[in-house]
Design a protein around this ligand. Structure first.
Ligand SMILES: [Zn+2]
Length: 67
């Protein structure tokens, strides 16, 4: 299980209804499309740079992308 960064609910990666989005090289999963849209409007509100930098896949050039 992972945590939806927007509403902080637990989401199963395999069945995430909101799909997933990539930000700074990390993949996030969402409980529904509304959460994903909220995240994609302003991802930096939900992910701190310090946390992102700890991720092995961190890449600031990879700002955001649909998956
Ligand atoms: Zn959510």
């Amino acid at each position: 299980m992972v945590v939806d960064p927007v509403c902080k609910k637990e989401v199963d990666e395999k069945t995430a209804l909101g799909g997933k989005a990539r930000f700074w090289g990390k993949v996030f999963f969402f409980c529904d499309k509304k959460c994903r849209a909220t995240f994609q409007r302003d991802p930096q509100k939900f992910v701190s740079k310090e946390d992102a930098e700890k991720e092995p896949g961190y890449d600031p050039r990879m700002f955001i992308g649909d998956m």
